[in-house]
Design a binder for this molecule. Sequence first.
Ligand code: G3H
Length: 248
Amino acid sequence: MRKMIEIVRKVIIAGNWKMYKTQGEAAEFLMEFIPEIDNVPEDREVVLCVPFTDLTIVNKSLHGNRIRLGAQNVHWEDCGAYTGEISASMLTEMGVRYVIVGHSERRQYFGETDETVNLRLKAAQNGGLIPILCVGETKQQRDAGAVEQTIFAQLDRGLEGVDLRRLVIAYEPIWAIGTGETCEAIEANRVIGIIRDRLSDPQVTIQYGGSVKPSNIDEIMAQPQIDGVLVGGASLAAGDFAGIVNYK
Ligand SMILES: O=C[C@H](O)COP(=O)(O)O
């Protein structure tokens, strides 16, 4: 039987490369990045969520167990006629441990709904992966005072039947993604506290994501509710991502 890994309020610093980096570019990144992470504390998990085409090269170059491999999507069936999709067993065979589910870009551009997010979360867990569920509000929803309502709907529908001990949640306010406009650390901490209170298990690992950089990581990680970060743009440059994983 597959060993189930429980994730309980763990520091997880994850990079999401989105649709960036060929294999050659991934190899260059790793050559520069790996020597920079020798002194990262052991209890800090470093994860790279890379395009499917980079999984092999990143897996081969993983520095012992210092970096965990992640993917950016998973289908709810284990196999079938689903052109363009990938299953949990295909990912675990490649050495993948984490998978991002329900990123706002998937919801916005590819029709992902809370219902499909829920199916993907359960399939990921059944296949032995730890899903990273992304939730967050748009600028309009924030301006309309609907932050909690939006996030609660995403959580309540997305998490039905999901094991909270094998899950990471990333709070990613959409207006802060790729815009350079970071959510104030105190506000991110407040919203993550509200998310934690909504869950039946307060020990879930909850990350913040949205314009995280070496210059703001210390303040973000100093917040008591924030267990880690999900980093887009700044995870693409080895020096920047090393600056983030080596936060104080
Ligand atoms: O998954 C990562 C988020 O979309 C954040 O992206 P960003 O750091 O470029 O704002």
